[in-house]
Design a protein. Structure first.
Length: 641
């Protein structure tokens, strides 16, 4: 139980009664077991059902909910009065609780993984432990360069610090935050539930919304960097230009360029890239692109100095970014022209813009164990169940619209939800119902504001292709000229050009991009033959499409990488390099698996595929697969020198 949960200091009050009105009932039922030791209320008649887009109360009847609230109130009052907590639940009880809150029997294989994620008795289950004098001594003598101080770079800094390994973080921007620093476009917000989209060891009970806005996310990452004293380890406004491995010394030489243009080379035992996949803005090379005389900018370089009020504004693209921009600016502009090449799938999310109620915040902060189980619930409901719905059934006859019976059913359900939003606009519906399978591209969270913005009389949804940009605007393939004052490029990023901003030279002078030739691959997304002690976070094939939060992936990757360094320290070796056959076999399997996912099908574009058409971005397996494979490196996978 965290210090925040030392609720005995609180005066007994009616606060809990009020707060319980807003409670997530399945989480409350878990709390009740911890407070009373009694599991008798976990009976089949109140077993929550997994309700994908429901109210999260698992279909538990209102009268049962009232009983549970009352029981929790009594147990909490007794706790405040000084009643001792019963012994922690046994493993068997914990298992029963996990099954119960998930509304289904959790496969045995998930149990250790979920117990770690839940972290009931330990606040940070993934903290590295380099606790022998020998390890501590070797740790002190290491030096690691981390590139980037976004979510993953901050996490890496925290873990290296905990391990006692000296490190420096090189950051091109003037502050931490990465994508949350750079993407400040109107409407920008996270679309993973915030109580899940946060470090497992740094819960925030004060998220203002279930899906908070960019400024809030940026503050969270800034605060975390401050709390762990990371800033003194970060060189801001400094770019890595090259990292080159010196075979003689077994060290990496990392060439930096500071804000004054001054260059410096520093040596390190290991380099960890935490540069992300989605931060090199891509503006398509359309004929006449630079001839436009109005204002044009990319969403990740938002021009806050440009007043859109009263203007004719074009937004090109309808991906996850444009999807958020469009409703945020539709009311301001005189006319909005949205240029859509393909429509996004919309996943109904009623609380997408909703505030977290004061009661919910109170429970997260004060009611013992509530925050842990609420996060667990979010984690589980967003974990691997839905992956099955985007997996190809090879016997399914038409892959162009859906990839399996389950995927087809989902298509039907989502289509109905879209149709409900504009019943009187068949012209619009014809355009906004996607013509590719769900899971083929990134889907978005919908609470109705997007279709409402498109349906406004001042908005036009243009689906003809873009032929040319002229000084006055955009000309489409049908020859129509669309004069505009502003063009906003919501056209995404050079996602599959991994690590494109710097040279990486490994053994025998091989340069990584020359090796990859536009088709990036790595072992577990992290390590590459001929590049000893060079590691990537959010590297090739570590993106997830429908299951889970990318923070989970970063936590798993960083643990693996820090354990690689630990392996070096334990064995007294200087370098480790993944074996080619291990790397190649892994990639062959990943490719086979990706071809059996919705996003691996042909006939539509997405940033998940690279220029060769291979899916270089996505992890096609379960989260538990990644977790199992990244707890620690298998020494047999590497050559240690
Ligand atoms: P994106 O998903 O790559 O979308 C780019 C859009 O531009 C697509 O609609 C694409 O159409 C269109 N496009 C590209 N080239 C075009 C051209 N020549 N003519 C017309 N249209 C063109 O980029 P994004 O929207 O910036 O999102 C990238 C990723 O960032 C997301 O998938 C997500 O992972 C992340 N993101 C997350 C959040 C969040 O968590 N809240 C928010 C925003 C972004 P096609 O689809 O036809 O290619």
């Amino acid at each position: 139980m965290s210090a925040a949960h030392d609720t005995r200091k609180l005066e007994k009050s009616d606060t809990i009664e009020e707060a319980l009105k807003d409670a997530h009932i399945p989480s409350l039922m878990m709390v009740l077991v911890h407070l009373t030791g009694d599991t008798s209320h976990l009976t089949p008649d109140v077993k929550p059902v997994y309700d994908f887009w429901g109210d999260g109360q698992g279909g538990i009847a209102p009268e049962k909910q009232a009983k549970i609230r009352a029981a929790v109130k009594d147990a909490f009052d007794a706790f405040l009065d000084g009643k001792k907590l019963p012994p922690p639940p046994s493993d068997a009880t914990m298992r029963k609780m996990m099954d119960f809150i998930s509304g289904a029997e959790i496969p045995e294989r998930y149990v250790p993984f979920l117990k770690e994620e839940l972290g009931i008795s330990v606040s940070d289950t993934r903290e590295p432990k380099w606790d022998t004098p020998k390890l501590k001594d070797i740790a002190h003598k290491m030096k690691v360069i981390v590139i980037g101080s976004g979510m993953s770079g901050i996490l890496t800094g925290i873990r290296l610090q905990q391990a006692g390994v000296p490190f420096e973080i090189i950051e091109k921007n003037s502050d931490v935050g990465g994508t949350w620093f750079e993407n400040a476009y109107p409407g920008c917000r996270v679309d993973n539930p915030n109580h899940l989209y946060s470090f497992s060891f740094e819960p925030n009970h004060e998220w203002p919304q279930h899906f908070s806005t960019q400024d809030v996310l940026l503050s969270y990452f800034r605060r975390t960097a401050d709390k762990y004293g990371l800033r003194k380890h970060i060189r801001f406004e400094t770019e890595v230009k090259e990292a080159a491995f010196d075979e003689k010394s077994g060290l990496w030489n990392v060439r930096l360029r500071g804000k004054n243009g001054k260059e410096e080379t520093i040596a390190a035992n290991a380099v960890i890239s935490a540069v992300g996949q989605l931060n090199q803005p891509k503006i398509p090379d359309i004929k006449g692109r630079d001839s436009f005389k109005g204002v044009a900018f990319h969403t990740a370089r938002w021009r806050h100095d440009v007043d859109l009020r009263g203007k004719r504004v074009a937004v090109v693209g309808t991906g996850a970014t444009a999807f958020q921009v469009i409703p945020a600016i539709a009311d301001q502009v005189k006319e909005l022209l949205v240029f859509q090449r393909s429509a996004p799938w919309l996943g109904p999310t009623p609380d997408y813009h909703k505030d977290v109620s004061p009661g919910k915040k109170w429970l997260l902060e004060h009611l013992p164990f509530y925050d842990k189980w609420y996060r667990f619930y979010l984690f589980w409901t967003m974990t691997d169940g839905i992956l099955e719905m985007v997996r190809v059934d090879p016997t399914w006859n038409d892959m162009s619209k859906s990839v399996s019976p389950a995927n087809d059913m989902l298509r039907e359900m989502l289509t109905e939800k879209i149709k409900e939003q504009a019943p009187n606009r068949p012209d619009l519906l014809e355009k906004v119902i996607p013509n590719y399978p769900f899971g083929g591209k990134r889907s978005v969270r919908d609470n109705g504001v997007y279709i409402a913005a498109l349906a406004k009389p001042t908005t036009q949804l243009v689906t003809a292709g873009i032929r040319e940009i002229t000084p006055k605007g955009i000309v489409t393939d049908d020859g129509k000229e669309h004069d505009v004052d502003v063009i906003i490029w919501g056209t995404g990023f050079y996602a599959s050009d991994f690590l494109r901003t710097f040279r990486i030279v490994g053994k025998n002078g091989v340069e990584l991009h020359d090796r990859w030739k536009g088709d990036a691959r790595a072992y577990l997304g992290m390590t590459i033959p001929d590049f000893p002690n060079f590691f990537c976070i959010y590297g090739p094939n570590t993106n997830i499409v429908v299951n889970g939060s990318i923070i989970f992936f970063s936590e798993a990757s960083v643990r693996y990488i820090v354990n690689c360094l630990k392996l070096l320290a334990e064995t007294g070796k200087k370098t480790m390099e993944v074996k080619s056959d291990v790397h190649d076999a892994f990639n062959t399997k990943v490719d086979e698996a990706n071809r059996l996912m919705a996003w691996g099908q042909e006939g539509f574009t997405s940033w998940y595929k690279n220029q060769t058409g291979r899916v270089s971005q996505n992890w096609p397996y379960l989260l538990v697969d990644y977790w199992e494979r990244t707890v620690a490196p298998d020494p047999k996978d590497f050559v240690l020198n």
